[in-house]
Design a protein around this ligand. Structure first.
Ligand code: F6R
Length: 244
């Protein structure tokens, strides 16, 4: 695993954008695996700036997202489709027809069948990951077992707590989501994990300061991928005692 300690969030975002930008330049028709949440927002802003000012070309790029809340329509301002449009797709020259975020409304099994079919035919060049305070990746929550394929998850109370900051009240946070499975995440040619935000110490410690790989902390699986990069800030590295 390649671990990069960045000075701060700005540098972390720039380094992450370097990795994704290089892939887009070298393979303009690539498929990007994308994440929502606060962690990749700075990287998305930097990619949008490079598209605007440096001609980074997304016109032939495809994308597939990790997850979507169950029960939110695509135009709901907390849906992950809305997040992707407003944080990235509306600011770059991607063709939105080539972007896929799983459906959160309608028949869950049908939506999952469609999601799995899209993933089966996607050759994801890089999968961007954030990490939940409980160590989740996508919405693969910790537990006795993990799932290979896209499936429905009941969100952990700690995930609902963490995501309540985006909603008017905690009660409005959806209790379920559809998510890529860990097998589909691991099929990407490269993993790029951005660890950012408060309450990530426990997950970062389990990933970087322990040799254990466990379904009780799903992010520990990224150690198994042959091309896996993790970027964290100096502040977080110091908190967990990581020296490289
Ligand atoms: C989002 C996702 C989640 C988030 C994680 C961290 O698509 O799959 O795993 O990456 O919950 O969220 P932030 O970055 O908001 O701390």
């Amino acid at each position: 695993m390649n671990v990069i300690v960045a000075k701060d969030y700005t540098e972390q975002s720039r380094l992450a954008a370097d990795i994704v930008g290089k892939i887009v330049r070298e393979d303009p028709c690539c498929c990007l695996g994308l994440a929502t949440g606060s962690s990749p927002v700075g990287m998305y802003q930097e990619l949008a700036r490079r598209c605007r000012e440096e001609g980074l070309d997304f016109s032939q790029v495809h994308s597939v997202n990790l997850d979507e809340y169950i029960g939110l329509t695509p135009d709901h301002d907390q849906s992950y489709r809305y997040f992707m449009d407003s944080n990235l797709f509306d600011s770059i020259n991607i063709d939105k027809k080539n972007t896929y975020v799983a459906k959160g409304i309608g028949d869950v099994e049908e939506n999952l069948a469609e999601f799995r079919a899209v993933l089966a035919k996607s050759d994801v060049a890089v999968q961007v990951l954030g990490v939940g305070p409980d160590g989740h990746i996508g919405f693969n929550e910790p537990g006795e077992q993990l799932y290979y394929s896209a499936h429905q998850e009941v969100l952990d109370e700690s995930t609902i707590d963490a995501n309540a900051r985006f909603f008017a009240t905690r009660d409005e946070v959806p209790r379920g989501a559809v998510t890529m499975g860990v097998g589909e995440i691991m099929r990407a040619r490269k993993l790029l994990t951005i660890i950012s935000g408060s309450n990530k110490e426990n997950a970062a410690r389990q990933l970087l300061m322990s040799d254990v790989i466990t379904s009780h902390c799903p992010v520990t699986l990224v150690k198994l991928h042959p091309d896996s990069t993790v970027i964290l800030t100096e502040e977080l590295a110091a908190k967990i005692g990581y020296v490289g």
